[in-house]
Ligand binder design. Structure first.
Ligand SMILES: Nc1ncnc2c1ncn2[C@@H]1O[C@H](COP(=O)(O)OP(=O)(O)O)[C@@H](O)[C@H]1O
Ligand SMILES: [Mg+2]
Length: 235
């Protein structure tokens, strides 16, 4: 068991109004799973990813990562844990604009106690893995949307996290670039990575092995997709 959420709720208070973004959500994700999340706008998908990735705190419930209760971690502990265990890919890429692909990918390594040369070596290696070996010194503006998202994926992977979250990673991409990004996520999954991805496209969700549907802050469906089973390892 990699990630276990038990009875998670997330409420936002806006003056007199309480918005329940997540309403008693429980779920377990094992090592090596590729999970897609779908649901209408406002159903709590992004909030779920933020809570599960320790970006946001739940109002109620328990989060266990690798069998450890991490619910009550303070900000410093959360930041450390995120840096070590979690990679996040955003719809808008969120790259630093005037910074090369290589330095964007190296960003999460600032907390790793490694020589600078090692930062470069690892970042170059990650960019090679996402097919951008020839774009190391380009800034985001010099890259296509699909290439920018692949830089963002390399950045999410550079610390070798246990879990990768992606919130509509193809949402800002044309069909062809979106396909490249999804193929890359599939490749990472086949290499053993655990991925939890929000998407609004059924076809993209079909590339995952398991599909969870949200409605009004709750999980209303959780089932395998109609995928030929991959060489999946269970541990
Ligand atoms: N920071 C926030 N403050 C107040 N309400 C929020 C906040 N973030 C999300 N919400 C509300 O929580 C609900 C779920 O939002 P979200 O998780 O972004 O849904 P989705 O990603 O499925 O579109 C929505 O009603 C949204 O307006
Ligand atoms: Mg969202």
């Amino acid at each position: 068991m990699l990630l276990k959420l038990s009875h998670i709720s997330k409420r936002y208070q806006l003056g007199d109004i309480t918005i329940t973004a997540l309403d008693d959500v429980s779920l377990q994700v094992d090592n090596g799973e590729f999970v897609a999340i779908m649901g209408p706008s406002g159903s709590g998908k992004s909030t779920f990813l933020q809570v599960a990735s320790m970006l946001a705190r739940p109002t109620a419930g328990v989060i266990r990562l690798k069998d450890k209760d991490v619910t009550r971690y303070n900000e410093v502990e959360r930041a450390k844990l995120r840096n070590r265990e979690i990679g996040f890919v955003f719809q808008q890429f969120n790259l630093l604009p005037r910074t090369s692909a290589l330095d964007n990918v190296a960003l999460p390594l600032v907390y790793a106690n490694l020589p600078r040369q090692e930062h470069r070596r690892r970042s170059r290696n990650m960019l090679e893995q996402v097919g951008l070996a020839d774009r190391l010194i380009n800034t985001p503006a010099q890259l296509s949307g699909g290439q920018q998202q692949r830089v963002a994926i390399a950045r999410a992977l550079v610390n070798d996290p246990s879990l990768i979250f992606a919130d509509e990673p193809t949402g800002n991409l044309d069909t062809v670039s979106g396909q490249e990004v999804i193929d890359l996520l599939k490749k990472l999954h086949s290499q053993g990575k655990t991925i939890i991805m929000v998407t609004h496209e059924e076809e993209i969700a079909g590339k995952a092995e398991r599909l969870i549907r949200f409605l009004d802050g709750r999980i209303v469906d959780d089932a395998p997709t109609l995928q030929p089973p991959s060489s999946k390892k269970n541990n």
